[in-house]
Design a protein around this ligand. Sequence first.
Ligand SMILES: C[S@@+](CC[C@H](N)C(=O)[O-])C[C@H]1O[C@@H](n2cnc3c(N)ncnc32)[C@H](O)[C@@H]1O
Length: 141
Amino acid sequence: MRVLEIGGGPGAAAKAIAGRIGDGHILMIDRSAKSTDLAEKNAAVEIDAGRLSVRRVAIEDFELLPNEEPFDLAFAVRVGALDGRHPEAGRLALQRIADALTPHGQLLIGGGAPLRQLRLPPRRTPTTSQPSVDAATDHPR
Ligand SMILES: C[S@@+](CC[C@H](N)C(=O)[O-])C[C@H]1O[C@@H](n2cnc3c(N)ncnc32)[C@H](O)[C@@H]1O
């Protein structure tokens, strides 16, 4: 399984998941260099083992690298772009996430337990340049 964590901060959740992900992989992204530096330090063992990687990028700008496989699951905890605090950033973020997931990929968000599933807009084909945006709802797609 391939997992994308958005706004992972110092990497506690990503590190814990990397310890349980078997032959899968988790990519933690965060827009803050302070956070990604901390995550790289805190999860050095998991990174060296190839189960975790860390990338500094805002979710509004995130896209798969060339030849990077899409993700089966994305999640975010206490990240403003995805919890309704910043609706325009949220719309951009949802499209970026949809484009980075497999066709049956899911997005879970939360401010703590339990996480809830967010509906995603349709995944764009690589040749589609403009986002097809839709408001976030609590309903699974
Ligand atoms: C409140 S902290 C939560 C960290 C961690 N998820 C947790 O629950 O402990 C929010 C984190 O999300 C990051 N963040 C906020 N907006 C972001 C965005 N648009 N794209 C990527 N990271 C973002 C921040 O830099 C910060 O590290």
